[in-house]
Ligand binder design. Sequence first.
Ligand code: BEZ
Length: 211
Amino acid sequence: MTLRLGDTAPDFTANTTDGEIHFHDWIGDGWAILFSHPKDYTPVCTTELGAVAKLKDEFDKRNVKAIGLSVDTLTDHEGWSKDIEETQGTALNFPLIADDGRKVSDLYDMIHPNADDTFTVRSVFVIGPDKKIKLTITYPASTGRNFDEILRVIDSLQLTADYQVATPVNWRDGEDVIIVPAVSDDDAKEKFPKGFEKVKPYLRVTPQPNR
Ligand code: BEZ
């Protein structure tokens, strides 16, 4: 099944390194990032999982829970976790789904047979409190992800969920944002008391409203 932005993230029950979880209940009222990696005991995946563990404070600040997945067993996940702690200097602090039955991988279309018919690609799903999919990204096995970029998108998603703004190219938290075209100039004066610059009728820039 192809999952698209705005679709409800499929719910599932799975075994993880933190015990059995019911995905939607586990997400609760916050945000989640579900990401797959191709295989345990592989080098790029080892660096990625260490990087996600190091970002725990950043995810917590944004009310985001992280959960990883591969088609390996719980025994493999537990053994490999020790290597991650040893080599990356951080213990895993988020659950890893043991999807050796491929239930979740199939639900989320994480195995791309023309790339590899056995292992999951590097899929990323950001899911909102409404359980809708807000972001999908797919990387090949050979490229480690940029989780700083994923945090940047989460900042944008959380901002645009609360205000009628969009974020421009290469935007980072704290920088000016764009007022969406659906807001009239008169309404913009009320909604954005810090004011706005009208570069073009369709391009109006205002300071980030929640700062
Ligand atoms: C890795 O994590 O290093 C990796 C896994 C599968 C294919 C290529 C690289």
